[in-house]
Design a protein around this ligand. Structure first.
Ligand SMILES: [Zn+2]
Length: 475
């Protein structure tokens, strides 16, 4: 097949495969600035570093944008076995947990299938629920941690323990809401407690947390690759969040994606003379604890989004695997992607899927055609070491950083240059119907129910819970 962009492809491929910028940037982001969690000491310096680099690469308009989020600072947490024996465990709090101390009977719900919270309400009421991170067997959609948490609170839980489903990775982190003291245990400690419960029936535990919820200022990084001669004012966005969870380097998730975005910016500036439309390169903050960065951007730049012809989300973009495209319900974009993959002599497997748990989501809600980078041929088994302290730089391989930049930069170049680009933009009615059909309105409904439940049933409301109740809106 004739490749109209052969010269561009050669230039891009030579740039990528003769350099190691993504790995150098990854080392700085992870080893120098740490987790880059919102408000952590490395947050702002890492943002300033990315802006400086993007400027150095030849991007225009490189800057960061500030916004305020419901931030959180971790304190030490403990889990004590009170009855039938004394023992303590190594645990961590879950982001947005309140600080507090609770004691109660341990109730283990296994994978936490939806019917179990109602069914075991009497046991749960006033006690401490433990639930595994595994998706309940046979369930079609993924049952997110936040939903298991909210269903537990609605059944009357006063403390919450999230158990990692993976052996040897320690406790797994992940945000919940500031309602009850909530912690995470390793697979091994969770299994120990589950066995004890089976043997002894009556197990009492005590949770103590010392975390703080407070407003935090954090950032989005923005930079443009501007064509020498733009043909119109349409543009595309490529982005990845840069914030990791505070307990880790967040190397694969998300930094491998952030450095891929930076590499795409670097190589596209080298072909600016052939580029037809602007490519906006972004690194979002505060994704892990609530997609705050992408929501803030989509709100602030709402008026410009109808000119955005495409958004590609590269969260964890440099992880191991093929570098394909998962379109978020835009089947009409698949044939073109296949044709371009042939042109590029690249393997770019495609698929359709939408989930609300990364930065494409606020763009999807605003009718922007979008996709996420990923490997649709890989059987997804869950997070593995993701969201644990073992998501470190040594897990990232140069070959995948190269491949990600090679496939996505060339794909995005074509999206920016294609004159017959016409994905169907959904109307707001279509989007709302889609969300309902997929059951994604559940989370929002549950959050509203939980708010009501707390107002009615909590005798004393923690000041940080009160603050959260007052915010309303997004869960
Ligand atoms: Zn991520």
């Amino acid at each position: 097949m004739a490749n109209p962009y052969l010269d561009v492809d050669k230039k891009i491929m030579a740039e990528i495969y003769t350099g190691s910028e993504p790995m150098k940037n990854l080392e700085v982001l992870c080893d120098v600035y740490g987790s880059r969690f919102p408000g952590s000491p490395g947050d702002k310096p890492s943002v300033e570093y990315m802006v400086e680099k993007l400027e150095e690469y030849g991007c225009e308009n490189a800057h960061y944008e500030e916004y305020t989020i419901a931030g959180w600072t971790r304190g030490p947490a403990t889990l004590e076995l009170v009855k039938p024996a004394k023992k303590s465990f190594e645990v961590i709090s879950l982001p947005h947990s309140i600080g507090g101390e609770v004691e109660g009977k341990l109730v283990f719900l296994g994978d936490g299938a939806i019917p179990d919270y109602e069914k075991r309400k009497d046991e749960i009421e006033g006690n401490i629920v433990m639930v595994s991170s595994a998706n309940p067997r046979g369930m079609q959609r993924s049952l997110h941690r936040s939903e298991k948490f909210m269903r537990s609170v609605l059944a009357g839980a006063k403390g919450w323990i999230f158990m990692n489903q993976y052996p040897a990775y320690g406790p797994q982190t992940g945000g919940i809401n500031p309602v009850i003291p909530s912690i995470s245990v390793s697979y091994e400690d969770g299994m120990y407690l589950a066995r004890l419960l089976k043997r002894e029936k009556d197990v009492m535990v005590r949770i103590k947390t010392t975390d703080r919820n407070h407003d935090t200022v954090t950032y989005n990084v923005v930079a443009d690759v501007v064509p020498k001669k733009p043909v119109d004012d349409e543009y595309i966005i490529v982005g990845s969040h840069y914030d990791g969870h505070d307990i880790s380097q967040g190397a694969v998730d998300p930094a491998s994606g952030a450095v891929t975005v930076m590499e795409i910016a670097r190589v596209l500036t080298k072909v600016r003379d052939k580029l037809k439309r602007r490519v906006r390169c972004m690194c979002f903050g505060a994704e892990e604890i609530g997609l705050y960065g992408s929501y803030a951007y989509a709100k602030e730049h709402s008026a410009e989004l109808d000119k955005c012809r495409f958004m590609l989300n590269l969260d964890s973009g440099g992880s191991a695997g093929k570098k394909g495209l998962v379109f978020h319900d835009f089947p009409e974009l698949e044939p073109l992607a296949e044709e371009w993959a042939d042109q590029m002599v690249a393997e770019v497997p495609t698929d359709q899927n939408v989930s609300p748990y990364s930065d494409h989501w606020p763009f999807f809600l605003k009718s922007v055609p979008c996709a996420s980078g990923g490997d649709p041929t890989q059987v997804r088994t869950g997070r593995g070491y993701g969201h644990s302290k073992y998501d470190t730089l040594d897990k990232v391989e140069m070959q995948y950083l190269h491949l990600a930049a090679a496939n996505y930069s060339r794909y995005l170049f074509r999206v920016a240059c294609e004159d017959k680009w016409s994905p169907k933009r959904k109307t707001q009615e279509e989007i709302q119907k889609f969300i309902k059909d997929k059951g994604y309105d559940q989370t929002v409904k549950l959050a509203d129910q939980m708010r009501e439940y707390i107002r009615k049933n909590f005798k004393k409301i923690h000041p940080e819970t009160k603050e959260w109740l007052g915010r309303g809106g997004a869960w």
